[in-house]
Write a protein that binds this ligand. Structure first.
Ligand code: OAD
Length: 239
């Protein structure tokens, strides 16, 4: 078993629960996004082909909303951990399923968005990504090639998540894997804990309640992210 004091390489997976207290709806909790909107209507390539106006309206609303939200203490604690750990020459990677930008606004640097980002537009003509804060519903031109064929750069159901080789490469050398605020319902992210465990990492879950894969974790702490995440980071940095 890995001792906490021996930990050098950390991989942290985050989900919607980490941004819940910033006022961003989760997906599967009561009142969550997938209760208000059907995945098949707004979050698949087929939905976009069938009714691009509806899909653009949905993402335009979400893109506008996240820009009114602020990082919370969980985002700040993880950014602080990233900074400290880097200062000691240790590896850390935050893999987020979230499409908001609250981790980076809190100051986290070693971060991958495996499900894409609300604030990025992907041009379907030239396939180049551009920063994007406004709406897309009126079909604005791509800032690079001028074609009016932008789509939100979010990974829809049926599409391949981003950065998979880098994520697995970090998991292969991780000695601590931490999952924060995710229900463990969506693969491949839900399987990372097993991969990490198999190669010898200690595994920890921080969530409001047990996730679907809670039995795979060596340790779990339940409570709101703004409480359990700063507590855990303080403990780790005090070791
Ligand atoms: P979910 O909505 O499935 O799960 C959110 C988790 O956060 C649940 O386990 C909650 O118990 C927990 N939670 C809620 N409030 C919390 C709080 N204040 N503190 C700590 N935990 C809290 O969201 P994800 O697991 O992120 O994918 O969903 C994974 C993916 O499914 C998303 O990235 C999205 C979605 O469909 C795509 O759109 C591709």
């Amino acid at each position: 078993m890995v001792e906490m004091t021996d930990i050098r390489n950390i991989v942290i997976l985050t989900g919607a629960g980490v941004s819940a207290e910033s006022g961003i709806d989760t997906f599967r909790d009561a009142g969550g996004l997938w209760e208000k909107h059907r995945v098949e209507d707004v979050a698949t390539p087929e939905a976009f082909a069938r009714d691009p106006d509806l899909v653009h309206r949905f993402y335009d609303m979400r893109r506008a909303a996240i820009q009114t939200k602020k990082p919370n203490d969980a985002h700040y604690a993880l950014a602080e951990l990233d900074r400290h750990w880097r200062g000691e020459g240790r590896n850390l990677l935050i893999v987020t399923q979230n499409v908001d930008d609250l981790h980076e606004r809190a100051g986290a640097e070693r971060l991958l968005h495996m499900h894409g980002e609300h604030l990025v537009a992907l041009c379907q003509a030239c396939e180049i990504r551009s920063p994007w804060t406004g709406p897309m519903q009126h079909r604005p031109p791509c800032p690079i090639c001028g074609t009016p064929s932008l789509r939100p750069d979010v990974v829809w159901f049926g599409e391949m998540p981003y950065h998979i080789p880098e994520i697995y490469s970090a998991i292969r050398t991780a000695d601590l894997f931490v999952s924060i605020g995710t229900s463990g319902a969506v693969y491949p992210a839900a399987g990372f804990v097993r991969d990490a465990k198999q190669q010898g990492a200690k595994t920890l879950e921080l969530n409001l309640e047990p996730s679907q894969g809670s039995h795979f974790f060596d340790e779990a702490r339940y409570g709101p992210a703004t409480e359990v995440v700063p507590e855990w980071v303080d403990e780790l940095l005090d070791l």
